[in-house]
Design a protein around this ligand. Sequence first.
Ligand code: SF4
Length: 272
Amino acid sequence: MTLYISWSALRTHEECKQKGYLKREKKSAPMANTRIFFPGTVTDRVVRDWLRNEPAENVGGMPDMVSSIIERERDAILEKGDTMLWKDKSDRDQVEKECREAVSKIEPALLKYVVPFRYQADFRFKAPIKVSHPAGGTELVVINGYMDIIVQDDLDRYWVWDVKHTRNNEYYKKTAGQIGVYDLAVEIMFGKPTVMSGLLQPLATPMVKRIPTSGEFRSQLMQRVAGMANDVWTEDRTPRADTSECTYCEVKHACSRFTPVKSSGSRRITLI
Ligand code: SF4
């Protein structure tokens, strides 16, 4: 059975195999409050919707999209059963102001690095590889996920951009794995890696932040994906060695360290 592995699933599995397993089994508790992620979601969606609707004919149009997308995205969160609470009476206005600033500042970069070329916003990818199975032979593993923006330039080269709503100039240091997975997926799908990958972070400096990629890092990522596949196939769900990340873990209520559970048997599992 095909195994699907996203960057998020790989990162969680490497943080704690028990947590990775429980999240694959959809045991996460509903998020207490999604407010911390909300401005980033709004900025992403405004950029995506603008890029999908003749951006060259709507230059300067993104700020006026912010208010309605705040309402639409908040409704979507509430419909899913998650929570999105404003901090206080002025919080919604503050979020709108921040997002208007972000989408105003990002537009010149989009007009330079994206709009002149072939591109897709919110690109859903599936990059298949063969991995040795512990029972013998190989099995298909699919690296999957979404790229905020993939560009194919006029020299048939690929670029990938991730939009980050952050004021932290050091945030890029946390993104090497995510960008590396996109770069690897591009190589698997199109036969060549990206020539440029990085962040468009309109509230940070520099706004256009390239993240280096390399053949060596792509090889390491392949090994990490194969390692996770092997753990899933052998049902290795070992809780992390220390408890430093356990206090606010979203699957703690179901964790075998705190609530011993019976094994579900030896069936193979597909990640979604
Ligand atoms: S509570 Fe701790 S050990 Fe259990 S799944 Fe979460 S991080 Fe892992």
